[in-house]
Design a protein around this ligand. Structure first.
Ligand code: ADP
Ligand code: ZN
Ligand code: ZN
Length: 750
């Protein structure tokens, strides 16, 4: 008997091993196998009676992971689809999707091992402290640890004192301690409620659904096979409530059904988790679990198992959760489906939203894609009737109107000689002061972190650049550093210009730190809080900062897109937008779609609880069509006109794209590789329906001393593009001369 095993290895093949016929090998099981000089964990994909590998080269498969029930055929098919579609090996997709503890066979034994714990009896609690010899400090620490906790694990005790178990046995004999063995079955009950603090869920009671919400919930509930819904609801229209009702209907109707809810950012999970726990209070704690990269490894493994074993009824997670094993999956929700964060930008470059739709199709279940600003891809699917559109046109809270949008013409301000302070215009400062007086909150949005995007010398024109990248370095004032946002290179801020010695070097442009500083001067007395990737680096800090905002301990919140997404800020009545113009003239054809979505999202934070909301956008181009659409809250108009432009220009979603990227020691090497790769397309018949563009350097051509270039492939036929990419792989693998290359399907940044 033979097994064909997927390994986390770039070769896109399965590896054959001899299997012991007595072991019950089946697809979906994890098995330890020898690979070269190492032992690695593989996923059994097939069990067969013969192998094409010559017998003398076949090696024996090792132990199976008994603690992990096999992954289902559906899950294997999902991994196989993702591998095929994104042009990777099956093992490269499947194994990284599993918890770390499963990918290391040395840890299997402990996965569900019986747990041995000790605790003090009441007699022990009173007698022990006096019974210990004065100088027995290790024993005292052991006794203290036992006294401090309900019980401790054998391993913990051993860590305190190597002979702890013998001591505990003696104390047991004296009637001072008790030993508890929690058997494997109970230890299986791995998931435990994460003891993170959750924000207070809002609101406490169930609101009555609006007519639009009720219609959406009914439509989702009525679906009994594959049904993709595009839930287009303006900000504050109560999309969350629609998800909650749809989940509730499903969980009530089917006691074993599971649901997957995806959110674009880790920071949005606590708010959803709190809402789910409050609404589904009758479910056991471990029926609602989260999956994201911010979890500790053990917790992530526990939660993964809860999903895999069917105990978790609701799995709430970021993009990686789309690859979770969910044997009873019956509903998928993708909130803020337009968000670029659903696209993984390294390794397996997949779109979690697209995989979610594929998964729903595979399982013949409904999938709800929710957004106030759907991606043009999804909008176009709905236009064609492939997705069913559900519309929430009004805000859910009575008298919470959409905010009024006002454009502040920066040119006009300048012409009229009106003062602006560090990039904050007069009208914006006045509005911020007004909010402060009324005790309302404001939010200032700027999509650039750091103090200033560059540091320059007026005298000679020097600009601080990264020695390893073709990019300027960002000035970080609180950290007193220059930092490269591309490779992480860091240096102290120089005192003078390294080129000419001028001491008058100055920051160029503005980032969130500089705006934070300016706000403190411009709006005296305001409590200003900055939220961006720098201020939230420590685990849990973002949540603490957001809690401060919810608790009303902040007057002005300044930040990047982190503050724009999904948060239900009740007391924000003003949103100021700085520096948005740069995206208007980007070479990236998706820049305006992204900007529009960001501005709609951030505007949507204003006026949610009935306070009249206002949005002030500082711009040099107040007549730009994008700002006009924003002012009218006209997503539909914007989407339709942008789609028409895309159609004329033959851009996605009207064509399908793929990129071949190459990284070389020199730009010439990278370009030469791509040119050879392009030449290799000549022999592929499907490539006749594919347009191949010239190989070009990437916008930031050098990162960390590596030169990068790319080749764009495009086709009106997804099948032709897929067939081309597949047939191309052997030729690509045979090419040499670069450090790395990769294929990306449906790239977002080109
Ligand atoms: P969205 O995600 O669409 O921006 P949310 O789901 O955050 O909107 O809801 C916005 C606010 O409206 C929340 O405070 C929510 O509690 C409230 N809400 C939702 N549905 C209703 C309803 N039917 N009646 C009253 N309030 C509602
Ligand atoms: Zn200089
Ligand atoms: Zn760099």
């Amino acid at each position: 008997m033979f097994v064909r095993v997927a390994l986390d290895h770039p070769l896109p093949t399965l590896f054959d091993y001899r299997g012991e016929p007595s072991t019950q090998l089946a697809p979906g099981m994890l098995v330890q196998v020898p690979f070269g000089k190492r032992h690695v964990v593989g996923l059994v994909c097939e069990v067969t009676a013969h192998s094409d590998v010559p017998p003398e080269r076949l090696r024996d498969a090792g132990a199976l992971c008994a603690a992990c029930p096999p992954l289902s055929a559906e899950w294997l098919a999902l991994a196989a689809f993702a591998a095929d579609y994104y042009q990777r090996g099956l093992g490269e997709v499947a194994l990284p999707a599993l918890p770390q503890a499963l990918r290391d066979a040395s840890r299997w034994a402990r996965l569900f091992a019986p747990e041995e714990r000790y605790r003090l009896t009441p007699a022990g609690r009173s007698a022990l402290p006096d019974a210990l010899p004065a100088r027995a400090s290790a024993l005292r620490r052991l006794a203290d640890a036992l006294a401090a906790a309900e019980s401790i694990e054998a391993a913990e005790a051993r860590a305190i004192h190597p002979k702890a178990i013998a001591t505990l046995a003696a104390w047991q004999a004296d009637g001072w301690a008790e030993r508890q063995v929690i058997d494997a079955a109970a230890a299986r009950d791995l998931p435990r409620l994460a003891n993170t603090e959750l924000p207070d869920p809002l609101p406490i009671q169930r609101p009555t659904l609006t007519a639009e919400q009720a219609q959406a919930v009914d439509a989702i509930g009525a679906a009994d096979s594959f049904a993709p819904f595009l839930l287009h609801g303006v900000t504050g229209s109560g999309k969350t409530e629609v998800y909650l009702h749809a989940l509730s209907a499903l969980l009530d109707a089917r006691p074993d059904a599971q649901a997957l809810v995806l959110v674009p950012e880790i920071n949005l999970t606590p708010q959803f988790e709190a809402a789910f726990r409050a609404r589904f209070a009758a479910l056991p704690d471990d029926a609602i679990v989260t999956l994201h990269s911010g979890l500790a490894e053990g917790e992530r493994a526990r939660n993964w198992f809860a999903a895999h074993l069917g105990q978790a009824r609701i799995v709430l997670g970021t993009r990686l959760a789309v690859l979770a094993s969910l044997p009873k999956l019956a509903l998928i929700v993708v909130d803020e489906e337009h968000d670029p964060a659903y696209k993984q930008q390294e390794g397996l470059r997949y779109s979690a939203r697209d995989l979610a739709v594929w998964r729903a199709k595979q399982l013949e279940i409904p999938v709800v894609l929710g957004s106030a600003t759907p991606s043009l891809e999804s909008w176009w699917q709905a236009d064609q009737g492939r997705y069913k559109r559900l519309t929430l046109a009004r805000r859910a809270v009575a008298d919470a109107a959409l905010p009024a949008v006002r454009l502040i013409d920066l040119e006009e301000e300048r012409r009229r000689g009106r003062a602006s302070l560090e990039g904050l215009s007069g009208p914006l400062v006045a509005a911020l002061k007004g909010r402060l007086e009324r005790g309302e909150q404001s939010l200032v949005f700027l999509n650039r972190r750091g103090y200033a995007p560059a540091l320059s010398c007026d005298a000679c024109g020097w600009v601080a650049g990264c020695p390893r990248c073709s990019a300027y370095v960002v000035l970080h004032k609180p950290e007193r550093a220059l930092r490269c946002h591309h490779c992480g290179w860091e240096a102290r801020i120089p005192r003078s210009c390294p080129e000419c010695g001028n001491v008058d070097i100055a920051p160029l442009g503005r980032g969130t730190q500089r705006v934070e500083e300016a706000l403190a001067t411009a709006v005296p007395g305001a409590r200003v809080l900055r939220i961006d990737a720098d201020s939230t680096r420590r685990k849990g800090s973002a949540q603490a900062l957001f809690s401060d905002v919810h608790a009303g301990e902040v007057d002005i919140l300044v930040g990047t897109q982190m503050i724009a997404k999904g948060h239900d800020f009740q007391r924000v009545s003003l949103v100021g937008v700085l520096n948005a113009d740069t995206a208007l003239f980007s070479h990236d054809f998706r820049a305006s779609e992204r900007l529009f979505a960001q501005l709609m999202q951030v505007s949507g934070r204003a006026g949610r609880a009935g306070l009249p909301g206002e949005v002030l956008v500082q711009t040099r181009y107040p007549r730009h069509a994008l700002y006009h659409a924003l002012g009218r809250h006209d997503y539909v108009g914007f989407a339709n006109s942008t789609l028409a432009e895309r159609r004329d220009a033959h851009l996605p979603p009207f064509v399908y794209q793929a990129l071949l990227r190459a990284e070389g020691r020199t730009l010439e090497a990278a370009l030469a590789f791509l040119q050879q790769a392009a030449a290799a397309l000549a022999g592929i018949s499907a490539a006749e329906r594919v347009t191949v563009y010239d190989a070009v350097p990437m916008t930031i051509v050098k990162v960390a001393n590596v030169h990068r270039a790319q080749l764009l492939l495009e086709s009106a036929s997804r099948q032709a593009l897929q067939a081309t990419l597949r047939a191309w792989q052997p030729a690509l693998r045979a090419l040499k001369g670069v450090l790395r290359w990769s294929v990306e399907v449906d790239p977002l940044d080109i």
